[in-house]
Design a protein around this ligand. Structure first.
Ligand code: ADP
Ligand code: F6P
Length: 324
């Protein structure tokens, strides 16, 4: 029989992502609607182990839906990856009367949630990462805002790149995944899109295409390089030396993680946060909320973590086809 849940906690973990606040707001207000008490756990699992736990009510989440970052702060916590850390986390939950937790984060955070669940604390994960690299879901909170931020920044680099008739290498985030790079490659009409999942390291082929483009009269040459490949500065030096064309590297960095969330991120995060709180209210545990094939669904955490995903091959092929 499902355990009766009276109080739930909510935390954000791993890298922050725009829209996390909308998810927190939805968790809190849905839980209150369901007659549950809510506690905010500050700084992810690190704050749990430090007992940084605060009571939350409807007004604790007022005026945050449009704000980037996370009002609960976030952290990465090595101690929580150990069995002792997890036991301590579960014990602290029991001490504070927390029967269930919504964990908003990436798949590292889901692993932690799975461990808490095995220790008797009901857990539900919500996908929060700009990288879109969680296999079980077609959408992650923050990706939409991050690609829009990156797209606007790349448009600006393109202006100056054209004026100076330069080649620009622009490095976007994504950890080991190339989703942000692929989307910006499309949206910015890049001449090259380098994805960790596909790049064969053939820099000479890139150099040949840059020389060919210049002969055809192209004023700029935008190369979107994914963080998972990296080395943008040294790549720029080699390309400049080989082509004779001035080349600059720009690493967009953490600006991609900030800013006011897009409408899509606010809406999807709200729905996912609410679904997570409802699952806990029903006594469910060890689940993650996901968006798959146009539907919001929930899956077993371990099943979700065992899934893999890759850049869709047809999208990659089309991205190359559009480069002329
Ligand atoms: P993300 O959630 O964005 O993937 P991380 O991989 O950095 O980010 O994970 C966030 C946190 O989740 C880690 O700092 C750690 O506290 C916890 N975590 C990660 N992996 C595990 C694990 N195998 N067991 C328990 N906790 C984990
Ligand atoms: O997972 C989000 C992300 O921004 C990745 O794209 C990037 O690799 C990483 O986090 C950067 O982490 P940090 O904020 O610790 O530098």
């Amino acid at each position: 029989m499902a355990k009766k849940v009276k109080t739930i906690g909510v935390l954000t973990s791993g890298g922050d992502a725009p829209g996390m606040n909308a998810a927190i707001r939805a968790v809190v207000r849905t839980a209150i609607h369901e007659g549950l008490k809510v506690k905010g756990i500050m700084r992810g699992y690190a704050g749990l182990l430090q007992e940084e736990i605060v009571d939350m009510d409807s007004t604790s989440v007022s005026d945050i839906i449009h704000r980037g970052g996370t009002i609960l702060y976030t952290a990465r916590c090595q101690e929580f990856t150990t069995p002792e850390g997890q036991e301590l986390g579960a014990e602290i939950c029991r001490k504070h009367g927390i029967d269930g937790i919504v964990v908003i984060g990436g798949d590292g955070s889901y692993r932690g949630a799975g461990k808490l669940s095995a220790l008797g604390i009901n857990t539900v994960g919500v996908p929060g990462t700009i990288d879109l690299d969680i296999a079980c879901t077609d959408y992650t909170i923050g990706f939409d805002t991050a690609v829009n931020t990156a797209m606007e920044a790349i448009d600006k680099v393109r202006d100056t790149s054209t004026s100076h008739e330069r080649c620009s290498i622009i490095e976007v985030m994504g950890r080991r995944a190339g989703y942000i790079a692929l989307w910006c490659g499309f949206a910015n009409g890049a001449e090259e899109i380098l994805l960790p999942e596909r790049y064969d390291g053939d820099e000479q082929a890139i150099i040949n295409r840059i020389i060919e483009n210049r002969k055809r009269g192209k004023k700029h040459n935008i190369i979107i390089n994914a963080e998972g490949i990296g080395h943008s500065a040294s790549m720029a030096r080699r390309i400049e030396a080989a082509t004779g064309i001035e080349t600059r590297a720009t690493i967009l960095g953490h600006m991609q993680r900030g800013g006011s969330p897009t409408c899509k991120d606010r809406v999807y995060a709200s729905i996912m946060g609410a679904k997570a709180a409802l699952l806990l209210a029903e006594g469910k545990s060890n689940r993650v909320v996901a968006y798959r094939n146009g539907q919001y669904v929930d899956l077993d955490i371990q099943e979700a973590l065992n899934m893999t995903k890759d850049i869709p091959e047809d999208q990659y092929e089309i991205s190359k086809m559009l480069i002329r």
